[in-house]
Design a protein around this ligand. Structure first.
Ligand code: F0G
Length: 419
């Protein structure tokens, strides 16, 4: 099986519930969606996707935010704090400077907890209530934990988060803490945290809400749907390319799924699907390595390091969904240095938009690909910025100017300003 853009709408299996079922992307086995808890295929351990008997068209969407797209989701409503409907900013100076036909920034930092994770959690926690679980858990580089803590407490379910000790930005830990999650700091990196939490979930200790959970990716599809609707409204066409930071490759997989479903519904021509273009930090770039080598699988990097701690990930668990997404859409993947990331963070800040380092990777990647001629000057591009500047105040302060000390009197201040 492969996740092809030209796949036909599948037949509805007997185990579908109200036209919704789970299907293994490797062997095609199908499962009832809410009878049992499972994250991967019972038969072959492959990743699962949510399937629908009926796929919506743009005309079916109404309302505001993630739940505008209810017809593309397994439920009509969820545990919500008004996620989605994020700005698609114009950035004229950056557009000129990078040299593309059009550049827009989809700023997911404007979600309730300051990252795109809220879109997945509004659906994922809704599913958890359907399943009747009493504890939620995730491994996280920070943003997932902040979102899970908020949506877990909103949904009245206990939340456990496993974080790599010393490698999570201050704003994110503060959120998880205040929203009442139990925070376990693991002496290891994100991938080690995910290994442990998967075992915990496997033993029934908690319901896993990392992006391995297929329902979370359903919520994240709405990023792609919003970008397309925004471009159609402003340019009367969808973007040529969407550039996004890659960690576990959940968003890459989710956007690809959104586009495949639009193609199947006859709403988007195969040739018009935006080129999915992933960006990683040089110190954590297993996905880029696989794309560059034309490999079928991503090899796990045991050692990873980058200032962009959100994407300090060596084992992108959604790679089997994301690799076809990048290839089938004609996209690519590129690695950028920490210096390029910080430079891009300043560039975006110059347009008044505050993003965390991982988010700035998308702009750094676009700049690099444009310089190399891989992105053409005639392209209309959307860059995804995944998290807010305030998530990582230390990185922002380090990238910005230092405060200046002045005396406590007007003359002293005037003198200082004239220096
Ligand atoms: N950008 C930010 C700000 C993130 O927090 C993440 C992932 C990504 C990009 C990568 O997205 O996994 O869909 O490729 N953060 C996860 C977390 C791992 O735990 O918060 P992806």
């Amino acid at each position: 099986m492969s996740l092809s853009l030209s796949a036909d709408q599948p037949a509805v299996p007997d185990d579908a519930d109200d036209g919704v079922w789970l299907e293994c992307i490797e062997c095609g086995e199908t499962f009832a969606p809410f009878d049992d808890i499972r994250y991967t295929c019972d038969e072959c351990d492959g990743l699962l996707e949510v399937r629908y008997a009926e796929l919506p068209t743009f005309d079916d969407f109404e309302g505001h935010g993630v739940w505008r797209y209810a017809d593309a989701l397994p439920f009509d409503s969820g545990v919500t704090i008004q996620e989605g409907a994020t700005p698609l900013y114009e950035v004229p100076s950056l557009e000129d400077d990078i040299g593309v036909e059009a550049l827009r920034i989809k700023h997911e930092g404007m979600n309730p907890t300051g990252s795109f994770k809220d879109r997945g959690m509004t659906v994922g926690v809704r599913v958890a209530t359907e399943l009747g679980v009493d504890r939620l858990a995730c491994a996280s580089t920070g943003n997932t934990s902040a979102a899970l803590a908020a949506y877990g407490s909103r949904g009245g379910i206990e939340t456990l988060v496993l974080l790599p000790a010393g490698k999570v930005a201050a704003g994110k830990i503060a959120q998880a803490s205040l929203h009442g999650a139990r925070i376990l700091e693991v002496d290891g990196n994100f991938d080690a945290c995910l290994d442990i939490v998967q075992e915990l979930a496997g033993q029934g200790e908690a319901y896993l809400l990392n992006s391995l959970n297929p329902f979370r990716l359903e919520g994240q599809k709405t990023i792609g749907l919003e970008i397309l609707e925004g471009f159609l409204a402003d340019y009367d066409t969808v973007p040529d390319r969407i550039v996004l930071p890659v960690g576990n490759a959940g968003n890459t997989s989710a956007l690809y799924k959104a586009f495949r479903e639009l193609v199947q519904a006859g709403e988007l021509a195969e040739g018009d699907v935006p080129k999915l273009t992933g960006v990683q930090a040089e110190g954590a770039a297993p996905m880029v390595e696989a794309i560059e080598n034309g490999a079928d699988e991503v090899m796990r990097w045991e050692e990873v390091e980058t200032r962009a701690t959100a994407i300090r990930i060596g084992n992108p668990v959604n790679a089997p969904k994301a690799l076809p997404g990048i290839r089938e859409t004609g996209g690519t993947a590129v690695a950028v240095s920490d210096e390029e990331i910080t430079e891009a963070q300043r560039d975006v800040a110059g347009e008044g938009i505050g993003v965390e380092p991982a988010s700035a990777a998308s702009i750094a990647g676009l700049r690099k690909l444009r310089r190399e001629g891989i992105v053409g000057d005639d392209e209309r591009v959307a860059c995804l910025t995944t998290g807010h500047l305030l998530k990582d105040p230390d990185a922002a302060a380090a990238a910005g100017a230092d405060p200046e000390s002045v005396p406590n009197d007007l003359d002293g201040v005037l003198e200082h300003l004239s220096e």
